[in-house]
Structure formats: C-alpha cells, structure tokens
Write a protein that binds this ligand. Structure first.
Ligand SMILES: Nc1ncnc2c1ncn2[C@@H]1O[C@H](COP(=O)(O)OP(=O)(O)O)[C@@H](O)[C@H]1O
Ligand SMILES: [Mg+2]
Length: 357
C-alpha cells in the first residue's frame, strides 16, 4: 500500500541573525500511512514545527520532497494542499458563531447554506459540541475552542491533519481527556494525523507510531512500545520516560558487567562489547537484603518519595556508581532511608544499546 505522505531527504536551513545557519531539517525521511496517527516528538528546537510547515506548504524545503498520495507538492500552494493544520492558538474568528467558524472553508468554497449547516452540525456532534452552534468563541472554554478548531480543520475533508502542540495550552486533566478523545476522533474520521508534541506521555498515549527527532534529524521511528522498550540511543531512552542507564561491557552470552563490577543478566541477543543497559524504574523490584534473590543488586535506600499510588526510591548500590531509580506500588510497607535492600529484575526486560556513547 502506498503511504499517504512521503517525506524524502527533507532539508531546511535557516540563516540566524548572528550570521550562522541552523539545519532545522537535516535529511528527514518519513512515511505516513492512510489512517495512521503519527507523533513527532522531540525537545524544543528539534525541527518539529518546521517539518509540519513544510508539509502544509507554509515553508519551502531547500532540498528534498513532500509527496501526498504519490504527488510531489513542490509547486502546490498551501491552500490547495489536501492537508489542514490545527494550531495551539486555536485561531478562531472571534466575531463569528461556532457553526460559521466550523463551516468557514465551505463558505469560501461557495457551498450552499443548507449543506454547510448540515456538515458543520455533523462535525460539531463528532467533537461533542452539539447545541453550541450559535455561541461565539469567547463563550467557550479552552477545551471547547480546541474542539471547534478541530471541527473546522476537518470540514474540508483533508487527507492529512497536522496538529502542532494543540493541547499544550490546556490544563493537565483536560489534556489527558483530550488525548483520548483525539485518538477516538482520528479512528472515526479515518484521516491521517501528524501530531507534534514535546510531551512523551502524550506521544505514548495517542500514537500508532512515534517519530523521535533531535537536531533536525529523526533519531528513531517505532510503535510506542518499541520506542519505550527498545530505544536505539541514549537520547531516545532519556527522552521517553525515566530510566536507569548503566554503562556495561557485554560478553555476548547473557552477562553484562558495569564499570563498578555490577553483574546484570540479559536475555536480549546482542553482540559482545561496550553497551548501555536500559532498565526502567518500574522494572526493578525492591526487597529486603536478607531475602535477596539470585542476581540481585545489593544497596541502600538513599531517598524515598511518596507520590500517592506510587513510591519512588533512589538506591545506592554497594558497588557504587549512579543511584538507581526504582518505582514501586504503594502496598502499605515501604522501605526507609538507610535500609539495606536488594534490587531484582527479569532479565527479559533489560535492553542493550550498543556502543560507547
Ligand atoms: N524562520 C526562522 N528563522 C530562523 N530560524 C528558525 C526559523 N524557524 C525555525 N528556526 C530554527 O530552526 C530550528 C527548529 O525550529 P522548530 O521547527 O520551530 O522547532 P520545534 O518546533 O521542534 O521546537 C530552531 O533552532 C529554530 O530556532
Ligand atoms: Mg514547534
């Protein structure tokens, strides 16, 4: 099946006022399938917005191609592209009603009033705003405005919807609710979504695939589970959630040894040599050192943080090295600072990133 969107060797260089140059896109290649929810994830300044703008036609590429449905869009102006964008700042027309905002693209295209009303009504129902047709944007909450912006972007039936950090202005609870709603909406309308965020939780919650970007390049593309469980680099491992990263030497046969001499049992197949072992805090189990299981790491509790459902611990291994981060469910019995403990894990969950870096 042909991807709906193909980015080929995209390069965009900006001159800086200081006389230098920034490679905002530095050879980006990406395919997005029909119906897919793809998230561009990365720190501020890594090129996410530039890539969206290049797809939308607001930004020219210095090199490379954007293709939609196989057609090169180089000479196609933004308003003729089969894509639409939802911005963080809603960008609604404040003097128009909700219904007219939503139907605006149809009005411009000369579609008759009855059809405009019908289609705007359908979309408002889809985003849960039925009954609010006659309100003005100032009479809506932030979440409702964002829903109007979504409906408005979908009414022209784009093949791809581009969303640039659309939830970042909302408070945490509403953001989490909108994450679920957005994913459901995408399933229902069957449009491909390219969603930009710097929030790893948002990316994990909604995406079919996550594209992790760094300095104008794609670091890794994969399902949320692949990105979380099998990061290809320390950058990706660090960016997606908390993690323990231990520099080790791997013997190629299941045993990794840290600089401090801590032995880790690893099931994953990997070549012998230097590597970084990645272990998520929730993959470690704490027990009292008196009942230490085989292959456990012995240490002492240096800090305990109570977070309601979860407890976070920092553990100093007796062998030394960086503190280990451990999360545990709050099951009534915690471990206290100074206590001798054993850290154990399932060898299946340890992931090795090859190399020295
Ligand atoms: N119009 C511009 N002129 C100069 N530099 C720009 C311009 N737009 C973006 N940049 C630079 O390009 C890089 C990528 O920016 P951007 O795509 O906005 O990143 P992100 O959306 O991931 O935060 C940044 O270093 C930014 O400063
Ligand atoms: Mg941006």
């Amino acid at each position: 099946m042909q991807p709906i969107l193909e980015i080929r060797d995209a390069v965009r260089v900006f001159k800086t006022p200081e006389g230098g140059a920034v490679r905002a896109l530095d050879g980006v290649n990406l395919d997005v399938d029909a119906n897919e929810f793809v998230t561009l994830l990365g720190p501020s300044g890594c090129g996410k917005t530039t890539l969206l703008r290049a797809i939308a036609g607001f930004e020219d590429l210095d090199d490379g191609q954007v293709r939609v449905d196989g057609a090169d869009l180089r000479r196609v102006p933004a308003f003729r592209r089969p894509v639409n964008t939802v911005f963080q700042s809603y960008a609604l027309f404040s003097h128009m009603s909700v219904a007219r905002n939503v139907a605006y693209a149809l009005e411009v295209a000369g579609v008759g009033k009855d059809e405009r009303t019908r289609r705007a009504g359908e979309l408002l129902e889809l985003v849960g705003l039925e009954g609010m047709e006659t309100r003005k944007p100032s009479q809506l909450s932030g979440g409702q405005k964002q829903r109007v912006a979504l409906a408005r972007a979908l009414i022209s039936q784009p093949k791809i919807l581009l969303l640039d950090e659309p939830l970042s202005a909302l408070d945490r609870q509403l953001r989490q609710q909108m994450q679920v709603e957005l994913k459901n909406l995408q399933d229902e309308v069957g449009v491909s979504f390219v969603f930009v965020t710097h929030d790893q939780e948002e990316a994990l919650t909604m995406s079919d695939r996550i594209v992790v970007m760094c300095d104008g390049r794609i670091e890794q593309t994969g399902t949320p589970r692949e990105i979380y469980r099998k990061p290809k680099s320390r950058f990706v491992a660090n960016f997606i959630g908390e993690t323990n990263m231990i520099k080790v030497t791997f013997d190629g046969k299941g045993t990794a040894t840290s600089v401090e001499g801590i032995i880790l049992k690893v099931s994953e197949a990997a070549p012998a040599g230097r590597a970084t072992a990645v272990l998520r805090p929730s993959d470690l189990t704490l027990s009292d050192s008196k009942n230490a299981p085989a292959h456990a790491i012995l240490g002492k509790v240096r800090q305990e943080i109570y977070l309601g459902a979860e407890l976070h611990y920092l553990i100093e291994a007796d062998a030394g090295g960086e503190y280990w981060r451990v999360t545990a469910k709050d099951e009534g019995v915690g471990f206290h600072t100074g206590q001798s403990v054993a850290l154990s894990y399932d060898p299946d969950v340890i992931h090795l990133i090859e190399g020295d870096a």
